[in-house]
Ligand binder design. Structure first.
Ligand SMILES: Nc1ncnc2c1ncn2[C@@H]1O[C@H](COP(=O)(O)OP(=O)(O)OP(=O)(O)O)[C@@H](O)[C@H]1O
Ligand SMILES: [Mg+2]
Length: 319
C-alpha cells in the first residue's frame, strides 16, 4: 500500500504544484486523472523519490520513502513522462544499458533478463532494431520493460498512452492490466478512456489538489438524471454561457451538446442520456462550468477530503 499524506510542493517562483495531497493507493491499477499542469508529474516524481517535496509524507508498505530513497528504489519501477532513449542503440542494447544503470541483476544473468523482458513486452521481434525506428507504442513498451525489471512492488507510469494510436494504446493497456494483477500500478493520465478501461479506482487531480476519489461506476451514477443531450443550434457560445457543457461535437454539421444540469432540469428540447465517464470528469474538474452557475462540491460528487483507506479495490470494477 502506498500512502501519501499532506504533500505540498512549491517550486521556486513560487509555483504551488501540490497543495496538500492525501492519497491511499491499494494493490492493483490506480488512476490519477487530471488536466495539463494539475501536478501529476510532480506527484509522481516525489513518490519516486526523485524530487524533494516542500512538506508531507510518502510511505510504501509503512516505510518512509522520503527518508530512505535507496530502499524504495529497489521496490519501485518508474516510467517518466518523457523517457530519453539513445536513438542509435538497438532496443536490446538500450534495455541492457538501462538495467546496468539501475543495478538490476538476475539469477540467470542480465543478458537472459533482457531477453525475458523483451519477450514480456512483445518486443523480441524488434530487439535488433535501432530505437529511433521504433513506433511510439514500441518505445513505451521498452520503457515499461526497464520499469518492471527487478519485479518491483510499485510501478509508476506517467501519461504512458499520450501520443499512441488506438491500436498501440490497446496493446499497451493489456500489458499494464497484466502487471496490475500482482502489484500496485499508479497511472497518471489526462485521457478519460485510460481510466475507463483500466482503473477500478481513481482520483481526479486539479490545480494541485485531489478533488475526487471514486470508481468509474460511482462517478457516472452520481450524474444520473442530470446529463442531457440536444442540439445547440447555431450558437454554441451562447449555450456555453448559460449551461455547463460537458461535450460539444459536430454531427452532420449540427452542434450536438451534452449538458450537466445540477438541478436535473432539462433545457428546452433536450433529452436525458446515460452519463459517461467523460461527463463525470468534466464536472469534477469544473471544466465547462459557466461563470454564473454556482454549484457546491457535494452536487457534483466532490468529497472535501478523499479517504480511500480500507476500500476493496474490486468493489468498483466495471462489469
Ligand atoms: N521545475 C519546475 N519549476 C517550476 N514550475 C514547475 C516545474 N515543473 C512543473 N512546474 C509547474 O507546476 C505545475 C504542475 O506541473 P506538472 O508537470 O506536475 O503537471 P502535470 O499534471 O504533469 O501536467 P502535464 O499533463 O502537462 O504533464 C504546473 O503549473 C507547472 O508549470
Ligand atoms: Mg506531467
Amino acid at each position: 500500500m502506498l500512502s501519501v499524506r499532506n504533500l505540498v510542493k512549491i517550486y521556486p517562483g513560487p509555483v504551488p504544484a501540490l497543495r496538500g495531497v492525501d492519497l491511499e493507493v491499494p494493490t492493483g491499477m490506480f488512476g490519477l486523472l487530471g488536466p495539463n499542469g494539475a501536478g501529476k508529474s510532480t506527484l509522481m516524481k516525489v513518490i519516486a523519490g526523485l524530487l524533494e517535496p516542500t512538506s508531507g509524507e510518502v510511505r510504501l508498505d509503512g516505510e518512509d520513502v522520503l527518508s530512505d530513497p535507496d530502499a524504495l528504489h529497489r521496490r519501485l519501477g518508474y516510467l517518466p513522462q518523457d523517457f530519453g532513449f539513445y536513438p542509435n542503440l538497438s532496443g536490446r542494447d538500450m534495455l541492457a544499458y538501462l538495467l546496468e544503470l539501475k543495478g538490476v541483476d538476475a539469477p540467470g544473468g542480465r543478458k537472459k533478463l533482457v531477453e525475458e523482458l523483451l519477450e514480456r513486452v512483445n518486443l523480441t521481434f524488434a530487439a535488433k532494431r535501432k530505437v529511433k525506428g521504433y513506433s511510439g507504442g514500441m518505445k513505451q513498451r521498452l520503457g515499461i520493460a526497464q520499469a518492471i525489471a527487478g519485479n518491483p512492488r510499485l510501478i509508476i507510469v506517467d501519461e504512458p498512452t499520450a501520443g499512441l494510436d488506438p491500436e498501440e494504446r490497446h496493446r499497451f493497456y493489456r500489458i499494464l492490466a497484466e502487471l496490475a494483477t500482482e502489484r500496485t500500478v499508479l497511472l497518471s493520465t489526462h485521457i478519460v478512456e485510460d481510466v475507463a478501461v483500466l482503473c477500478p479506482r481513481f482520483v481526479v487531480i486539479s490545480q494541485g489538489r485531489i478533488v475526487a476519489g471514486t470508481t468509474p461506476t460511482e462517478a457516472k451514477d452520481k450524474l444520473r438524471g442530470r446529463i442531457f443531450e440536444g442540439s445547440a443550434g447555431g450558437d454554441l457560445d451562447e449555450m456555453r454561457s448559460r449551461f455547463w457543457v460537458t461535450q460539444a461535437v459536430l454531427v452532420e454539421g449540427r452542434n450536438l451538446v451534452r449538458i450537466f444540469a445540477p438541478d436535473g432540469r432539462a433545457p428546452e428540447g433536450f433529452a436525458e442520456v446515460e452519463p459517461t465517464l467523460e461527463d463525470a470528469y468534466m464536472t469534477l474538474v469544473g471544466n465547462g462550468r459557466p461563470a454564473g452557475l454556482a454549484v457546491s462540491g457535494a452536487e457534483v460528487g466532490v468529497d472535501s477530503r478523499v479517504e480511500l483507506v480500507g476500500t476493496d479495490p474490486s468493489e468498483g470494477r466495471e462489469s
